[in-house]
Design a protein around this ligand. Structure first.
Ligand SMILES: [Ca+2]
Ligand SMILES: [Ca+2]
Length: 348
């Protein structure tokens, strides 16, 4: 059972996360973009070696000397594309690889200031067009021209002029409308469904019994369940959305239909809260009092279970941050600033 669930997780990561853009300005040519030096690493974007010790800021270890960071080693089942996992909040490198999994070293930057740097871009459509990979329909973000027409019409009826708004205003207003449009109904299918090579959903044989048990609560067929939890078009049509993963899929498909590059991010906890050895690592390793207090508070509530969270990232502020996916939807959870006890963490 664990194997199938983990495979689904890795597939989601591979399908929906974006690579950083190598063309972003790097004035001092140290391998770190100006934006990242200012808002992620806190190094000097005008000096290749900020502290003059002979080691450039871009060095894997050196870049951690200006910020409080958290280092995690995680094994992720294949398929996984490590390059897609580097973003404004974390760095990734591969430590080991087997036939089944990739062992990743993850460096988290919890005190980044990326969220404060997001600004609206009135000409966002020109920048957005360069991110075709995060605009096109996917197995779950399955928007259609019909959905686009109906969504634009519904937004117009609600006074939201999608063709005249800047990117930040549009994503805020459209996301709010979409969440209000769809009734919340938590179900099961995002955690028990896998996808074949063609992107079609199926239930792995070892999970069949669990599906039959869970489905008794709703008088719906499997296909009807999928339409209400794993299909952006289906959720829009039925005006229903499910858990955080399901809601992220719904928003991702609908925002892509509006021409906004969007990806779904799956956050995995830095430790397994059911494993005493890993909890001991936290006790020893998290030396920043604020971070330690938040993490321990969250763990107290999930002890004995497994917890993860899924949400959306949307390209906003193309003029400020050149062609790279920037997290958006201000006011929503981000890996860098969300409090573990913040109720919004379960509202994608
Ligand atoms: Ca630089
Ligand atoms: Ca240095």
């Amino acid at each position: 059972m664990q194997s199938a669930i983990t495979t689904f997780t890795a597939t989601t990561l591979t399908c929906l996360l974006a690579a950083q853009n190598p063309a972003e300005p790097d004035r001092d040519n140290d391998g770190l973009s100006d934006f990242a030096e200012q808002h992620k690493y806190r190094t000097d974007p005008g000096q290749r070696d900020s502290d003059g010790d002979g080691i450039p800021d871009g060095d894997w270890r050196e870049r951690r000397e200006y910020q409080y960071t958290v280092r995690v080693v995680a094994q992720v089942m294949k398929p996984v594309t490590p390059a897609f996992l580097d973003d404004d909040y974390q760095d990734i490198r591969v430590l080991d690889e087997t036939a089944d999994h990739v062992e990743l070293e993850v460096i988290l930057y919890p005190f980044n200031t990326v969220a404060t740097a997001i600004a609206a871009d009135p000409d966002w459509r020109q920048n957005a067009a360069r991110h075709a990979e995060w605009l096109r329909p996917g197995p779950t973000s399955d928007w259609t021209p019909q959905l686009r027409r109906e969504l634009l019409h519904a937004l117009a009826q609600a006074g939201i002029a999608a063709d005249r708004l800047d990117d930040k205003s549009l994503v805020e207003q459209a996301s709010r409308w979409l969440c209000q449009h769809a009734r919340y109904h938590d179900g099961f299918s995002t955690f028990l469904t896998a996808f074949d090579a063609a992107g079609k959903p199926f239930i792995p044989e070892e999970l069949r019994a669990a599906v039959d048990r869970e489905r008794l609560a709703d008088d719906l067929t499997l296909e009807q369940q999928w339409q209400r939890e794993l299909s952006a078009t289906g959720m829009f049509e039925h005006a229903v959305r499910g858990s955080c993963s399901s809601s992220a899929i719904y928003l991702s498909g609908c925002l892509r239909a509006l021409g906004m590059p969007t990806r779904t991010i799956l956050c995995i906890p830095i430790v397994d809260a059911s494993d005493d050895a890993e909890l001991h690592l936290l006790q020893r390793g998290l030396t920043h009092r604020g971070i330690a207090r938040q993490v321990r508070s969250a763990i107290d509530r999930i002890r004995g279970s497994w917890s993860s969270h899924t949400f959306n990232e949307v390209l906003v502020g193309g003029s400020l941050a050149p062609p790279e996916l920037r997290p958006a939807r201000p006011g929503h959870p981000r890996s860098g600033d969300v409090r573990p006890d913040d109720p919004r963490r379960h509202v994608p």
